[in-house]
Design a protein around this ligand. Sequence first.
Ligand SMILES: Cc1cc2nc3c(=O)[nH]c(=O)nc-3n(C[C@H](O)[C@H](O)[C@H](O)COP(=O)(O)OP(=O)(O)OC[C@H]3O[C@@H](n4cnc5c(N)ncnc54)[C@H](O)[C@@H]3O)c2cc1C
Length: 361
Amino acid sequence: MISVVGGGPAGCIAAKYCAREHDTVLFEPQKRDERRVQCSGLLSKSGLQRLGIDPSSGSAKAFIQNSVRGAKVYSSRGSLLMVDGGKDKAYVTDRCAFDNHLLDEALNAGVLFENETVDKKNIGDIRSRSEKLILATGTNYNLHKNLNINAPCEFLYGAQYEMKIECDPEYVEMYLNVPGFFSWIIPVDDYARVGLCSLDNPVPHMDDFIKKLQKGKRVKDPQIRERNYGIIPIYNPRLRTEYHKVCLAGDAAGHVKATTGGGVILGGLAARNAASEGYEKIWRKEIGKELYLHLRVRRFLNNLSEKNTDKLIRLLAENKDLIEKKGDMDMASHLLKGFLGRPAFMAKFILQAPAHLLDQV
Ligand SMILES: Cc1cc2nc3c(=O)[nH]c(=O)nc-3n(C[C@H](O)[C@H](O)[C@H](O)COP(=O)(O)OP(=O)(O)OC[C@H]3O[C@@H](n4cnc5c(N)ncnc54)[C@H](O)[C@@H]3O)c2cc1C
């Protein structure tokens, strides 16, 4: 028997794939309609397809709230990079409904569901009864401690409010106005998800951001429908994710893109192989390079001054055709390869980038 702890995307996907060859039990304490999720729910179409989820299927209607075609990225000095990836480039999803969809897929595959928390009292027993134990506990790292397993130790701190905001329903907005990350506006229907992550307390940054939106007359109704706060692990390529009989997937393993904080797709891709022999090697081969590239890009961006970030946004705007053609929200290598193949971009980039940062690229 294989035991999977955590019924978020990583746990449900791991359990569904495990059930093809093993008796599988999934432990999740939250009730279907009472799930508390901290997420903007922005998922790329290609990422969903890589996970075997067809966004045009009837069942996807239960979790897709909106579809977007691109992004407007603003530097803190106001320069704009507007990328149009074409119709349905990404979907805004209701994470509670999305997680329930994945849970149903796992149950249909034969997974046994246990509506309970695993903690230090029962983990020993569950572990000894299981051929393999998969921890997909998101950012709850208590079981890592109980089992003496290393956990991610660097985090981003996120805050997100649902509000009525004047915005284009087909574009997400990103503002490079928070040290170490960005703020976002994600259109849902008559409201939007307004949020940000930072390396420190996100609330004061959020207050500033909302004030700016109010000043720009973007806030249609000052009432906040819902407030969410959550942490996001920063990917650590050295974190071991497979031990004797125990392995980690999703946020529990830090499988998150450091550029955007998105963890559903890459965490889900890793989780598909959680029951396989040599799991660690398999996920590293498939997505390790991508997670690492996201990390390098994030470090590079975090070391740029405001002025150089602005220059970079303008240079990217001049080359937006390439981003539109090659950009993939999950696989960073696709776009980076595209840039390497464009000498005019590379020449300008090398001339403009501060020399001490070039070795980080
Ligand atoms: C503000 C914010 C916005 C985000 N926006 C996006 C986005 O737009 N797109 C994106 O891809 N990612 C986004 N993320 C990240 C995304 O939410 C996570 O990467 C994703 O949820 C990870 O999935 P998971 O299955 O690993 O963990 P989770 O979704 O956290 O699921 C873990 C599950 O484990 C259960 N669990 C925990 N402990 C135990 C236990 N001891 N016993 C039993 N069950 C347990 C929990 O109840 C939970 O259901 C965002 C994160 C934040 C904070």
